[in-house]
Design a protein around this ligand. Structure first.
Ligand SMILES: C[S@@+](CC[C@H](N)C(=O)[O-])C[C@H]1O[C@@H](n2cnc3c(N)ncnc32)[C@H](O)[C@@H]1O
Length: 234
C-alpha cells in the first residue's frame, strides 16, 4: 500500500488534510488528535506547515515506532479509537483519516471522539464508503485487514453522528482521489486482483475473485465529512 501512497496510508495524500485545516481555522494553539495516525504523516504535516503539535494514537506498535522516530517533537500514544486515553473535552479537533472503517465497534469510537472534543470542536472524517450500500453486509464474509471491509453507509453514519450531538458542516464526495490511488496500485502491483491477493488472509484464488466482485458490487467511493460538536451534552 505504501508503495502507492507514500508517507500517508490513504487516498489523496494531504489534499483533504489541508482543506480541513483551513475549513476549521486551526492554528498553532489548536489541540489536535489524529486517531489512527499510522506512520505519523499528518502529525508531521501539521507541524511543518502550520506549527500545530498534534497528538497521534494508533494500536500498531510498528507504525508508532516509525512515527516517533520521524516526529521526535510530538506525542504518540499506543491505543485504540474505541478507548481514547484522554480526559473529556481535551481537544479542539479530532482527525480520523481512513481509519474509522477499521474500527471494530464504530459507535463506541464515535462516542469516544465526542467525549474528548470540546463543545464547538471539529471532527474531520475522510474515509471509504459504498455507493451501493445494500452490498455492504457481504464484505463481512472476508478476512482482510483493509478499510474496504468497513465501507461506510454515509447517510447512516451522518444520522448516528447527528443523534450524538454533532452537526455536519461539510460533506463532500472525493471519489476521484480513490480512483487515482487505484491507478497507482495497478501500476505498482500489475492489477487490483494482484494487490488484493497479497492483502487477503484467505489465499485461495477464489477468495480473491469473490472479494473483488463483492467490492465492485458496493461501488466504493471516498468522502470527507467535517462536523462540529454542538453545545448540548450528547
Ligand atoms: C489506512 S491506515 C491510515 C493511517 C493514517 N491515518 C494515514 O492516513 O496515513 C489506518 C490506520 O488505522 C489504524 N487502526 C486500526 N484499527 C484502529 C483502531 N481500533 N483504533 C485506532 N486506529 C486504528 C491502523 O493501525 C492504521 O494506522
Amino acid at each position: 500500500m505504501q508503495e502507492a501512497t507514500g508517507e500517508t496510508l490513504r487516498p489523496g495524500g494531504f489534499t483533504l488534510t489541508q482543506k480541513a485545516v483551513s475549513f476549521c481555522g486551526l492554528t498553532q494553539q489548536s489541540r489536535v488528535l489524529d486517531v489512527g495516525c499510522g506512520r505519523g504523516a499528518t502529525v508531521s504535516y501539521l507541524y511543518e506547515n502550520y506549527g500545530i503539535t498534534a497528538v497521534g494514537i494508533d494500536p500498531s506498535q510498528k507504525l508508532l515506532g516509525i512515527a516517533k522516530v520521524k516526529n521526535p517533537f510530538a506525542t504518540f500514544v499506543s491505543g485504540s479509537g474505541e478507548a481514547l486515553p484522554f480526559e473529556k473535552e481535551r481537544f479542539e479537533c479530532v482527525i480520523a483519516e481512513c481509519t474509522l472503517s477499521l474500527m471494530n465497534t464504530l459507535h463506541v469510537s464515535l462516542q469516544e471522539v465526542h467525549r474528548v472534543l470540546k463543545k464547538g470542536g471539529w471532527f474531520v472524517i475522510t474515509d471509504v464508503y459504498a455507493k451501493h450500500p445494500d452490498a455492504i453486509p457481504t464484505m463481512e464474509n472476508f478476512s482482510i485487514h483493509s478499510c474496504m471491509r468497513g465501507l461506510h453507509h454515509v447517510p447512516r453514519l451522518q444520522e448516528e453522528l447527528e443523534m450524538m450531538g454533532f452537526e455536519v458542516m461539510l460533506l463532500e464526495d472525493c471519489s476521484q482521489l480513490l480512483k487515482e490511488l487505484m491507478v497507482k496500485i495497478i501500476f505498482s502491483h500489475g492489477s487490483m486482483n494482484a494487490f488484493w491477493s497479497k492483502t487477503l488472509e484467505d489465499e485461495t484464488p477464489h477468495a480473491c475473485c469473490a472479494f473483488e466482485q463483492n467490492l465492485k458490487a458496493c461501488k466504493p467511493g471516498y468522502f470527507m465529512m467535517i462536523l462540529q460538536k454542538g453545545e448540548r451534552n450528547g
